[in-house]
Design a protein around this ligand. Structure first.
Ligand code: SAM
Ligand code: SF4
Length: 396
């Protein structure tokens, strides 16, 4: 009885989801087919321990067409070739886990980086060895100049990947142009397959628009389309396997993210669904779940299921951090530079830039901050007590 109710619920979601797409693109004709199961390769003896494989420091030196300068190497030898740029503090949604209920103080516009300032700093990072940039926010698509920013960035020599994390609310119509402007990779956030729950979590309508954006991205050939799903107990943990079911027919990579504490998001350990529990639920329903071999700098633990076009991943920032392989730096919309998502320390690049600092002086400030980066962030209970910005300011 219970089972047939679940199957019919699942079918309803699947139908609702598939209604928005006319074209199904095969998953794995890109780099994914190159991924081999760790089990097949016998590379990871910890496989049975919830599929966990410990991160290793990068062994290969990045391609010499964009060599990494000392500026991007920290005191533990980690190379930081991935820059996340928050383009705005504004958003057209109000997700409970990200935006405090009282809202956030917005930085006055003159204190935010202009397009030219963003591009100057990005150019400096790329010139020093950054090869991947992710645009985030707030919601990056609310910026009117988002296409120009993408175009100018993608023309910079040395940049290999231009990615964006977006809530998908206004993405569908903008995406063809964004693709032309050089956007190579997409993460779209979606935490529930139930429209009413979406409205509750985001305090706004628009569930069908996000589905529409995911399907448009698939049609345009983004492969995989990564779908970010923050899992919270009592809200969407009952939907984990429904999300996994979507990977059967669609080239989507569903990424289950552990709920993280940030200022104002009322984090509570009871709402956290640990990776081990999510994994157990998935493998029970999909016994062929197999760990893939992840790149050492990968933050996600990636899995495939036999016969499924898409993939499943877990982002375990709370229960198994991945600091050892961290290659990320963050530039916030107000020009502050952050070397760790969870580290409260920030240094302004906007102020010296506006006081006329030349590139060498900016590089010195960046290098000093990178060298101060700690080996790993604090444990989750300490993080919950540490002052940090609300997530909407940092951009994930
Ligand atoms: N507005 C865009 C979006 O929602 O995709 C980009 C910015 S958002 C801050 C970036 C990512 O952070 C989203 O995938 C979101 O789900 C995730 N996120 C926000 N708050 C989080 C939290 N407390 N724990 C885990 N992930 C969170
Ligand atoms: Fe906006 Fe993204 Fe934060 Fe949700 S997670 S409030 S969409 S910035």
């Amino acid at each position: 009885m219970m089972m047939s109710r679940n199957i019919s619920k699942l079918t309803t979601y699947a139908l609702r989801f598939s209604k928005f797409t006319s074209l199904w693109v095969r998953f794995g004709n890109g780099s994914n087919t190159a991924s081999k199961s760790i089990e097949d390769e016998g590379l990871c003896s910890q496989m049975r321990w919830y599929g966990t494989c410990f991160a290793k420091l990068p062994e290969e030196v990045p391609k010499d067409d964009n060599p990494v300068s000392q500026m991007l190497v920290d005191s533990f030898g980690r190379l930081h070739t991935y820059l996340r740029i928050s383009l705005t503090e504004r958003c057209n949604l109000r997700c409970h886990y990200c935006m405090p209920s009282e809202g956030v103080d917005l930085t006055p516009k003159p204190q935010l980086l202009s397009q030219d300032e963003i591009l100057r700093l990005a150019n400096l990072f790329i010139g020093s060895g950054v090869s991947k940039i992710r645009l985030t926010g707030g919601e990056p698509t609310v910026r009117k100049d988002i296409e120009d920013i993408c175009l100018r960035l993608s023309n910079m020599k040395g940049l290999k990947t231009l990615a964006m994390t977006t809530n998908g609310i206004v993405l569908a119509t903008k995406l063809p142009r964004l693709r032309q402007c050089g956007l190579t990779s997409l993460n779209i956030s979606l935490d529930t397959l139930v429209p009413a729950k979406f409205e509750f979590m985001t305090r706004r309508k628009g569930h069908h628009r996000v589905l529409d954006s995911i399907n448009t991205a698939i049609e345009l050939g983004y492969n995989p389309v990564k779908v970010n799903c923050v899992v919270m107990r009592g809200f969407n943990d009952d939907e984990i396997c429904d999300f996994v079911e979507l990977t059967r027919e669609k080239p989507v990579n569903i990424r289950f993210i552990e709920f993280m504490p940030f200022d104002g998001n009322v984090w509570n350990v009871k709402k956290l669904v640990p990776y081990a529990e999510m994994y157990d639920r998935v493998v029970k329903q999909f016994p062929s779940l197999k760990r893939l071999q992840d790149h050492p700098t990968e933050t996600a633990k990636n899995f495939k299921i036999d016969g499924h076009q898409g993939a499943v991943s877990f982002i375990t920032s709370m229960t198994e951090h991945f600091c050892a392989g961290c290659n990320r730096l963050r530039l916030l919309a107000d020009g502050n530079f952050k070397v760790c998502l969870f580290g409260p320390s920030e240094v302004s690049l906007r102020d010296p830039l506006r006081s006329g600092a030349d590139d060498d002086e900016l590089r010195e400030i960046i290098e000093a901050a990178v060298k101060r980066k700690k080996a790993s962030h604090a444990g989750m209970f300490d993080l919950a007590k540490t002052a940090n910005r609300p997530m909407i300011h940092i951009g994930g």
